[in-house]
Design a protein around this ligand. Structure first.
Ligand SMILES: *[C@@H]1O[C@H](CO)[C@@H](O)[C@H](O)[C@H]1NC(C)=O
Length: 303
């Protein structure tokens, strides 16, 4: 009898264990599916794989197996809402950066984006992972955002600040959208230095000052050689290569207000749009309609 009771107990224990195993398996499967079909994947470009980005996840194993090199600076590139590998902002940032510097460019794939909070959490988790597992100091991580991506960049930087207590050094916002549909709106408090380039203000972009410094090339609304809003909007991407070039010649004038970017209200400065040296205020400059865009001090005669 005791033997039978023993078997029964063992049998029941095994059944219980088996159920737990099944449940555990189901849970693991659910989590895996959630990861695979999550809002946000990442694409990595380095000089070793400039043309074909590697698909990575915010996990140590993925990064270790990729061509990610922790000693090189990191550019986190956030595209427009629903932007993905074929969006011009991805290739523009990759080529602008790799022309001049060995870097890891990690672009966020938002082609299946649904939930802003989840995107911000996943991207900030990647930054935290880089910082904690790969000893990447925050000041080696630059963030670039285009259109809605500029506000998401601000959200990510704010979340990193909240979780790690340290600020990211720089956000470069390229023709940010109004941010009306988003919960987090980019602001100067998101990073140590927030620079904003407005190229289609009042249309796909916004007039609103969002950073420490806001640049309004050619007045900020319509760009030379462009006859559509999307052309002016995406011109901000084309300007980036020269902003990051050692030959940057985007000499800018400092203005008193966005309402009046004309001669009476702007003063020549030696500052160049996109320069490393942080400045504050509102700046105006003129550009050409094609590359090279910079005109140096050409317009200054008119101010
Ligand atoms: C977005 O995700 C957050 C966090 O997971 C959740 O609390 C929120 O309800 C979601 N919002 C929508 C609109 O689904």
């Amino acid at each position: 009898m005791p033997l039978n009771e023993g078997f029964l107990t063992l049998y029941l224990t095994l059944v219980t264990l088996r159920m737990q195993t099944v449940e555990l398996l189901a849970l693991v499967l659910t989590l895996t599916i959630a990861t695979v079909h999550g809002d946000t994947g990442f694409l990595l470009n380095t000089r070793r794989d400039q043309e074909n980005p590697q698909s990575i996840e915010a996990e140590v194993e993925y990064l270790v197996r990729s061509s990610f090199y922790a000693a090189d600076p990191i550019v986190l590139n956030i595209p427009r809402w629903l932007g993905g590998s074929s969006s011009p902002e991805i290739s523009a940032v990759v080529s602008a950066r790799l022309q001049h510097q060995d870097s890891n460019i990690i672009s966020v794939d938002l082609s299946e984006a649904q939930n802003e909070t989840e995107i911000i959490n996943r991207v900030s988790n990647l930054v935290i992972l880089l910082n904690s597992h790969f000893n990447v100091p925050l000041d080696r991580i630059l963030v670039v955002g285009f259109a809605e991506g500029a506000h998401l960049a601000g959200g990510v930087a704010a979340k990193v600040q909240q979780d790690l207590g340290g600020q990211l050094p720089r956000i470069t916002a390229l023709d940010p959208s109004s941010g009306e549909d988003l919960e987090h709106k980019l602001s100067a408090s998101d990073a140590q230095f927030v620079e904003v380039v407005h190229t289609n203000a009042g249309e796909e972009g916004t007039w609103e000052q969002l950073g420490h410094v806001d640049y309004y090339p050619n007045g900020g609304q319509a760009q030379p050689g462009c006859s559509s809003n999307s052309c002016s909007h995406e011109r901000s991407l084309e300007l980036l290569a020269e902003m990051w070039s050692p030959e940057n010649d985007f000499v800018s004038a400092r203005c008193g207000s966005v309402e009046n970017l004309g001669a009476s209200n702007c003063r020549w400065s030696s500052h160049k749009m996109g320069e490393e040296q942080p400045v504050t205020g509102i700046y105006f400059l003129e550009t050409r309609q094609s590359s090279p865009f910079a005109r140096g001090a050409y317009y200054i005669a008119f101010l």
